[in-house]
Design a protein around this ligand. Sequence first.
Ligand code: IDP
Ligand code: MG
Length: 139
Amino acid sequence: MATNRTFTMLKPDAVEKGHIGAILEKINASGFRIVALKLTQMTTADAKAFYAIHSERPFFGELVEYMTRGPIVAAILEKENAVEDFRTLIGATNPADAAEGTIRKLYAASIGENAVHGSDSDENAAIESAFHFSGREQF
Ligand code: IDP
Ligand code: MG
């Protein structure tokens, strides 16, 4: 996986509220090219594996419930400096701390239900992309 790619999910709350179009528009307008895209739903086992790094955290059960309760949009995005620039675009984990104009400021309800995921490193972007997409689903 090239280092100019990141992985994102529009989380169940964003999909439920009908924000798929608005968020994808903002992602495109911010200079990211969509190189993989699908609507999918994680099983409990999927969510536990995807978020394994948080398994000891007090909110882990809540996180797994939330992330499996409905469909998500999974996508791989390409842009120079993709990981860092996408984290800037989505804003802080807690929307109360997120900068004006960020996706979480605009669309997230709380620190738990925060509308969107963004990889935190090139290494995790590659792992998370491979978790959701086969090679021939990436363009
Ligand atoms: P990130 O998504 O900004 O990288 P992480 O700390 O990696 O934030 O946490 C992963 C996800 O776990 C968050 O996006 C959010 O959905 C959830 N989460 C994080 N902290 C809390 C919390 O204190 N309470 C409930 N859910 C949380
Ligand atoms: Mg994280």
